[in-house]
Write a protein that binds this ligand. Structure first.
Ligand SMILES: [Cu+2]
Length: 170
């Protein structure tokens, strides 16, 4: 983790510091760890404002989400029952890199700002999928709390271009 620690130090900035201390949103992994983690890592028990990592065996619902270079998610509006574990199959139909990151609007906006300043930053969490052009990745998430949440693509510029969707948990 030496490299990522150095990188965090070099980033500086109040926003990042605040984001790091206030939420578990930003933690850092390297590209080479990206693809293996979901198979290898145990399911995190960490509770977030918008739920927790889901057990694929308990997935009640599968939702296919397409991402396009038109900077849109399809579907972009989702309604989920509280408590349900959802498997998202996230497909990138574009020629650009896209990602689906689930969170609160506040956290997504903060994260998008950090990404604009540090576009090469790599990070990975169970509530995000970085998807190369033509590829498919999955997220398994349990929505343990009711409310209105969002998902966005935080590749610099994409969120601002409207690449954001809404999840209502009831
Ligand atoms: Cu995107």
């Amino acid at each position: 983790m030496t490299r990522s620690t150095d990188r965090i130090r070099s980033l500086g900035g109040l926003l990042l510091a605040a984001a790091l201390s206030a939420s578990p949103l930003l933690s850092y992994a390297h590209g080479d760890a990206k693809h293996g983690k979901k198979q290898a890592a145990p399911i995190s028990t960490e509770e977030h404002a918008f739920g927790r990592e889901g057990d694929p065996k308990k997935a009640k619902r599968t939702i296919r989400v397409d991402m396009s270079d038109a900077m849109r998610f399809t579907p972009a509006v989702l309604t989920i029952n509280r408590g349900d574990t959802v498997k998202f199959i996230v497909k990138n139909n574009g020629k650009l890199m896209h990602e689906m990151v689930i969170g609160t609007m506040k956290a997504l906006k903060e994260h998008a700002e950090v990404m604009k300043k540090h576009p090469t930053m790599e990070h990975d969490e169970p509530y995000m999928a970085h998807v190369a052009p033509g590829k498919t990745e999955t997220i398994v998430w349990q929505f343990t709390k009711g409310g209105e949440f969002h998902f966005g693509c935080l590749v610099p510029g994409h969120f601002e271009a409207g690449m954001v969707g809404k999840i209502t948990v009831k």
